[in-house]
Design a protein around this ligand. Structure first.
Ligand code: PGA
Length: 253
């Protein structure tokens, strides 16, 4: 049975003070033992500080990006072994902001996926359609294409240690959430695509929903059979809201 996972994507927000207050606050909430599996992904410069605060193992650490290279003359980049050494367990790969603003291609995302796993990290592979694709009825076909582009490069076996996140671009940071039914339809489709490669992989893979997930809509999303948690942006910067989401996920475990 798939367990629910809630991941906070802080994006380029925060300060050392915020890292301290958010993580001490979240840890205090998590000690009550009713959180689902939870991870936070602060900006890279705060990962070391976050690791010193997340000592009891209830909340895992993740990064928002990783280089496809292991080491070398790549000014400004951070490698997967570096993230692993800092205590990261997850890394977000292929977020639509990186695809759109930093021109990341499927080929690059696949390389990052492989580099992450080689260092023992679990990639959280993001995909999702634009509003125009949804309105023209191409959402399912497009996300299937995004997924198969990666499977064809990394192999279905690599999905044993990965997480998928469906994040419709039109729902990210907009306050417009996909309805539970809309999200479920896409998650179900992604699982069917996976099943064409491997039925056990399709059954086992956690597929998170992302895009204006919040304290008010989380429980309804998690009630859907193929939604295995959430990748949370804005609401992950508020202790109370994020805690509600982590509890809602645990209640539906
Ligand atoms: P949002 O962001 O929850 O603020 O919409 C989600 C994401 O981009 O991962």
């Amino acid at each position: 049975m798939r367990r629910k996972l809630v991941v906070g994507n802080w994006k380029m927000h925060g300060s050392q003070e915020l890292v301290h207050s958010l993580l001490t606050g979240l840890q205090a909430q998590a000690t009550q033992g009713d959180f689902a599996d939870t991870a936070v992904c602060p900006p890279a410069v705060f990962l070391a500080q976050a690791a010193t605060l997340l000592t009891d193992g209830r909340i895992a650490l993740g990064a928002q990006n990783v280089s496809q290279h292991e080491q070398g003359a790549y000014t400004g980049e951070v490698s997967a072994p570096m993230l692993a050494e800092l205590g990261c367990r997850y890394v977000i790969i292929g977020h639509s902001e990186r695809r759109a603003l930093f021109a990341e291609t499927d080929a690059l995302i696949a390389e990052k996926f492989i580099a992450a796993q080689a260092a023992g990290l679990t990639p959280i592979l993001c995909l999702g359609e634009s509003l125009q694709q949804r309105e023209s009825g191409q959402a399912l076909a497009f996300v299937a294409e995004q997924l198969t582009a990666i499977i064809d490069k990394v192999g279905i076996a690599a999905f044993d240690k990965a997480v998928l996140a469906y994040e419709p671009i039109w729902a990210i940071g907009t306050g417009v959430t996909a309805s539970p039914e809309q999200a479920q339809a896409v998650h179900q489709h992604l699982r069917a695509v996976l099943a064409q490669y491997s039925e056990p992989a399709a059954v086992a893979l956690q597929i998170l929903y992302g895009g204006s997930a919040n304290a008010a809509n989380a429980a309804l999303l998690f009630a859907q059979p193929d939604i295995d948690g959430a990748l949370v942006g804005g609401a992950s910067l508020k202790v109370d809201d994020f805690s509600v989401i982590c509890r809602a996920a645990q209640s539906s475990n």
